[in-house]
Design a protein around this ligand. Structure first.
Ligand SMILES: C=CC1=C(C)c2cc3[nH]c(cc4nc(cc5[nH]c(cc1n2)c(C)c5CCC(=O)O)C(CCC(=O)O)=C4C)c(C)c3C=C
Ligand SMILES: [Fe+2]
Ligand SMILES: [Fe+2]
Length: 378
């Protein structure tokens, strides 16, 4: 990722007429607390986001703060296991640096920036960096393979608001979803295959091994309102399983991290573990909606579900790693950025509601993700 260029260095702003077009790639992620004191305000930012808490505007600030206050103890305990903070920023910055290096052939014409949704660095800080660098165009790259109004949609709206606030008005495209991208699926399948072979070798002979593709959950009402997330998760799993190429692979999709009392997508990862116990199979859990490690992989999967699996008597519990800065994954992201830049089009595998065209076409919600997605769904 790019720090502000030192004054007098060769990367000082150059008059637009004398240089090639500069592309700012803005990596979106959720963000996480950077200290124990940050847990509560981080949660307040999350629960007062209208994309997350869908209640009338006048109720949201109070209700959001109330929910955040109630969640603070449990979340703080999770972050305490990780040393009192989320590792998400460091890992996202490392991904941004690796992506910038992978795009190095483009010289000084592509730079990567990080914009987090609920904790620093916020979109406004990233937008100021983009402006100070002298970008000519922007590509928004959510580190969520599957589009959800609660993640990519929310971050894109937040980015647009930040740009309006600081008066930044550049041609902007959004790589809004890449759930079935072959490079992403291939890099993921390679990591998963390594974990699968290891798990297989450590599972007693004659005992089955099931891959649980565990995605972040979402309230069912959000999916019913037109959010394509669940469908895209299913597309990701199909693409990864195809690339794994293991005949007769035992696998299932489940959903983790439920945090509110409403009905969420199912089956939950707990229920999937209970089923594995009944079936007497070992499990290998792959976090399919996250491309970096954070509290929901390092605590929920590695501690809480590992304990549950042990309690249920599951004959083996294994976890596949998230991609982080895996070179093949970063190369896949770099390809997506290059294809978008070269074609001058927005890559999108979510066009026209539930239709997922094989060829990447123009994205119907590139400019106004939420509004156009809703229109496409209508
Ligand atoms: C109603 C609440 C939530 C919805 C909907 C939701 C969707 C959603 N979230 C991610 C990815 C991440 N979530 C993370 C943390 C996190 N998420 C929620 C709530 C909802 N998420 C909370 C309350 C928290 C804080 C942690 C906690 O209290 O347990 C994180 C970051 C975690 C970190 O360690 O930094 C990510 C990443 C997706 C992909 C998603 C829907 C598609
Ligand atoms: Fe979440
Ligand atoms: Fe799209």
């Amino acid at each position: 990722m790019s720090p502000a260029p030192p004054p007098g260095s060769s990367s000082e702003p150059v008059p637009p007429s004398r240089r090639r077009s500069r592309l700012a790639v803005v990596l979106f992620n959720l963000g996480g607390p950077d200290s124990p004191a940050a847990v509560r305000p981080f949660l307040e930012n999350l629960f007062t986001d209208p994309a997350i808490l869908r209640v009338p505007g006048f109720v949201r600030p109070l209700l959001g703060k109330f929910i955040a206050a109630r969640r603070t103890k449990a979340a703080s305990e999770n972050y305490a296991i990780l040393g009192g903070k989320s590792p998400l920023l460091e890992l996202t910055v490392a991904q941004a640096q690796a992506l910038e290096t992978a795009l190095g052939a483009e010289g000084d014409t592509v730079r990567c920036f990080v914009a987090m949704r609920y904790w620093h660095p916020f979109a406004e800080a990233a937008a100021r960096q983009v402006r100070d660098w002298g970008a000519d165009e922007v590509l928004l790259l959510p580190l969520y393979p599957q589009y959800s109004t609660t993640t990519t949609g929310s971050s894109a709206d937040d980015w647009a608001a930040a740009c309006r606030k600081i008066g930044l008005d550049l041609p902007t495209r959004t790589l809004c979803c890449w759930h079935s991208d072959e490079g992403f699926a291939g890099a993921t399948a390679t990591l998963l295959r390594r974990a699968y072979d290891k798990a297989r070798s450590e599972t007693p002979a004659g005992t089955g091994l099931r891959i649980l593709f565990s995605a972040h959950g979402l309230p069912e009402s959000i999916v019913k309102a037109g959010d394509p997330y669940q469908w895209q998760v299913e597309q990701s799993v199909a693409a990864i399983v195809r690339q794994l190429g293991i005949a007769g692979l035992d696998h299932a999709i489940c959903y983790q991290s439920r945090v509110t009392p409403q009905k969420w997508l199912g089956p939950s990862t707990e229920v999937a573990l209970e089923q594995a116990a009944k079936d007497g199979v070992a499990v290998l859990v792959h976090p399919v909606a996250f491309v970096s490690e954070h509290s929901e992989t390092l605590v929920e999967l590695d501690v809480e579900y590992a304990e549950l699996a042990h309690k249920l008597g599951i004959p083996g519990y294994f976890r596949a790693p998230a991609q982080n800065s895996d070179p093949a994954f970063i190369a896949a992201l770099a390809d997506l950025v290059r294809q978008t830049r070269d074609s001058g089009r927005t890559l999108c595998s979510f066009a026209g509601g539930r239709q997922c065209p094989k060829a990447h076409g123009d994205c119907p919600h590139a400019r106004a993700p939420r509004a156009a997605a809703q229109k496409a769904m209508a």
